[in-house]
Design a protein around this ligand. Structure first.
Ligand code: ADP
Ligand code: ZN
Length: 733
């Protein structure tokens, strides 16, 4: 610190400021003039040679002497961060054992601060009479018609809405028919019209909506599981609660798994409320994020529909949170601050004293257990809307009805496909594996093509003519020469990915119009929307896809779903493997027969006696959950016990081993806590880093954070080794 920056300040002029960096905690700064900014104020503060943004977190703790404090640079013109959000950040930091600054960083992500959004020019219809002789061309008429629905739009939005060039809009402005005025971008926040009538609800749905409204009336924290079969109208029901909350003038947050943030959901919202909601996900431009963040902070944005990170937006007056598809693993963030958005949504709601609704056809065992313990309420919608029946699910035993050599569609699935296509109906083939083949083997020398940086095979992506590591993205061009023995024409693709299934289907049904949907063929919401449109308008006969096709979509003409390899998710050491397989396959099956025509699902499996398969075929979810629950309870696994994973990683393998062995040796052990490992992680090498895992298992009532903190204090970790803490792990790779 230089002498010129050092000031003597009275103790009253000291405040703590949290900076968006993974530091130990808030830093003290001196307030040089004027009153101390209130907690929550966004300020600029010196950090080393830089000026960084921070948030006033409280009064300073006095650890730094007054005369060594650095002065604050000043406050920003942004609404202060609400107290509830500051408490939330502290809570998440404590729970996930992350530095509070790292959580703050997530909360500021996309804000663009310290910049504030620049004003933009919007056009309105002017009140003045039109100039005499104005030529009203069809394009001009379309522009004017746009204002029947919206008061003002930017140049780009207006020309897009009207389907004309920007010159048409400018021409109308020059003619005095439109007025251009600069406004803060946030003023563009669309206001949903909650007075518009929703659909007429069935008695079940109406009762469910009434229960949710009661939760809102009760004005306090509550968690309600909206437990309804696929197509039962869960979305329609929670949109009623959304309308109620909007009518009260409070903000709403709807969390969806990223993948479900599709055009269909947004269209539905727009049909219900007349405008598109604000969205928040990874696939947004910086400008859009910036604008949305500030619209939320100013309370102008009434509703945000977003992926998990939307939970950290600075809502000043949140009145309701909905977590749709609450069981979805996509709610767990697995790097940086490792958190589960569903669980943290419940915490956020608790801190704010508001209701949270968890919706799913296949609720997680965590949530079901909370319902059974009466911590959460439950509303059940047992029937599909409009008399659509649940699809008939049949198991195909691949041991007795195997597909041909180098084929993956067995005889029964083949004839079902032929029938559906002949009847002019749509069919879907599901395999949750991207690419053409998961393994390439040299027939001459037996070499397996592996990623040099990960303990993983390279997956062949034939469409893009390359082989790819699904863990680190390492790419090698597709060749037919073995990199080990140099022979050509000997590389053999083992096993199927969706691309290979598409190839097999094309050979079987050359006239069917097939559409391959995976994250490799879909790039962003627009291409998802286009795919959905093509399917809905029956430009497609056969959909072949990975889990991107499993969720949320409503395709009325789809009557057959074939699951190519139902066992795929069951192997591996994941304690939730059975539960997840059940959920995913149930979701996929739920795509079939959603309208008048009944649906049928074929599950190809080598383990048709597995409880997951039996439960799917019998439609007996609750029996499956009871079995699963019994097993977890016996083992002390979640939700009956608590887990914390430590992942030790580094490029220096002996050093990684040394640290993990030490951690294992000093691990806390008692009759209520045990530690498994260290063991090489299933992905023992990832991006060139060697990885070892330890797993702490504790009884439910144990404050695992305290136990882990003490454990780590006992070990000195060299800077070349990283120890990642994952509280409530969902991934065991
Ligand atoms: P879920 O979310 O439970 O899968 P949805 O809310 O998506 O179910 O409803 C399934 C389909 O039925 C959607 O197309 C939806 O618009 C329609 N639907 C549900 N309830 C009604 C209703 N009361 N009136 C009209 N259509 C409805
Ligand atoms: Zn790799």
């Amino acid at each position: 610190m230089t002498g010129s920056e050092t000031r003597s300040v009275p103790p009253a002029g000291r405040i703590a400021v949290l900076l968006p960096y993974p530091l130990a905690g808030a830093y003290d700064y001196a307030v040089v003039e004027g009153p101390a900014p209130a907690p929550g104020t966004f300020v600029l503060a010196p950090l080393g040679p830089r000026r960084v943004i921070g948030v006033v977190w409280g009064s300073g703790d006095g650890a730094v002497a007054d005369d060594r404090l650095k002065p604050l640079h000043g406050a920003l013109e942004v609404p202060p961060m609400p107290a509830v959000q500051r408490r939330f950040i502290d809570w998440v930091a404590h729970y996930t054992m992350s530095p509070p600054g790292a959580v703050l960083k997530m909360a500021l992500s996309g804000s663009g601060l310290p910049e504030s959004p620049r004003p933009v020019l919007v056009y309105r219809r002017s009140d003045r009479p039109w100039p005499a002789g104005l030529k009203v061309t069809p394009a001009r008429r379309r522009v004017l018609a746009v204002f029947d629905h919206v008061p003002a739009l930017t140049l780009a939005d207006l020309s897009r809405e009207a389907g004309c060039g920007q010159a048409v809009v400018r021409g109308l402005a020059e003619a005095g028919v439109l007025d251009g005025t600069p406004v803060a971008q946030t003023a563009l926040a669309p206001v949903p019209d909650w007075t518009r009538p929703g659909p007429t609800l069935s008695p079940d749905q109406a009762a469910a909506a009434a229960t949710l409204r009661r939760m809102l009336d009760a004005d306090g924290f509550s968690v309600t599981l909206l437990d309804g079969v696929t197509g039962s109208g869960k979305t329609e029901v929670y949109l009623e609660a959304v309308a109620t909350c909007l009518a009260r003038g409070r903000q709403v947050l709807v969390l969806l798994p990223e993948i479900a943030l599709g055009a269909q959901w947004l269209d539905r919202f727009a049909r219900r409320f007349g405008v598109a909601p604000h969205t928040w996900h990874s696939d947004m431009t910086a400008a859009r994020r910036h604008e949305t963040w500030h619209a939320v902070a100013q309370g102008l944005s009434r509703i945000v529909v977003g992926a998990r990170s939307a939970l950290f937006l600075p809502f000043p007056d949140l009145g309701l949170i909905v977590v749709d598809e609450e069981h979805d693993a996509g709610f767990k963030q697995d790097d940086g601050v490792i958190y589960h958005a569903r669980d943290m949504a419940v915490v956020r709601a608790h801190l704010a004293g508001i209701p949270v609704v968890l919706a799913s056809a296949t609720p997680s065992l965590e949530t079901v257990t909370n319902v059974e313990a009466s911590r959460y309420g439950r509303i059940v919608l047992p029937h599909r809307h409009g008399g659509a029946v649940l699809p008939d699910i049949a198991l195909v035993d691949l041991r007795t009805e195997p597909p041909g050599r180098e084929q993956w569609l067995g005889p029964r699935l083949r004839s079902a496909l032929a029938e559906a296509l002949a009847a002019g109906e749509q069919a879907m083939l599901f395999l949750n594996r991207r690419g053409y083949a998961p393994l390439t083997l040299c027939r001459a020398c037996g070499h397996q093509l592996r990623c040099p940086q990960c303990a993983a095979w390279l997956v062949e992506h034939r469409l893009r003519r390359r082989r790819l590591c699904h863990h680190c993205g390492h790419v090698v061009p597709q060749t037919d020469r073995c990199p080990a023995c140099g022979e050509t024409g000997v590389l053999h693709a083992c096993g199927p990915g969706v691309e290979r299934i598409a190839e097999e289907a094309a050979a079987l049904f050359p006239h069917a119009r097939a559409l391959l949907l995976t994250s490799d063929t879909l790039h962003g919401p627009a291409s998802v929307a286009e795919a959905v449109r093509r399917i809905t308008q029956q430009e497609v006969d056969l959909v072949i896809g990975t889990q991107v096709v499993a969720k949320g979509h409503h395709f009325p003409m789809l009557t057959l779903v074939g699951v190519v390899d139902a066992d795929l998710g069951l192997s591996g050491g994941d304690l939730r493997a059975a539960e997840r397989t059940y959920q995913l396959l149930h979701q996929v099956a739920g795509r079939a027969g959603r309208a008048e025509r009944p649906g049928r699902v074929l599950l190809q499996s080598y383990q048709p006696d597995h409880p997951v398969m039996v439960a799917l075929a019998d439609g007996d979810r609750d029996h499956f959950l009871a079995l699963e629950s019994g097993e977890r309870q016996a083992m002390g696994w979640p939700p009956f016990g608590r887990l914390v994973a430590l992942i030790v990683s580094g490029t220096d393998e002996p050093l990684v081993d040394e640290v993990s062995t030490t951690l294992g040796r000093v691990a806390p052990r008692s009759d209520r806590v045990d530690v498994l490992g260290p063991a090489p992680a299933p992905l023992a090498l990832l991006r060139g880093r060697h990885r070892r895992r330890l797993l702490l298992r504790a009884e439910r009532g144990i404050a695992v954070q305290t136990v882990v903190a003490r454990w780590l204090e006992a070990v000195t970790v060299p800077s070349k080794v990283r120890v990642q803490i994952d509280v409530d792990p969902y991934s065991f790779l």
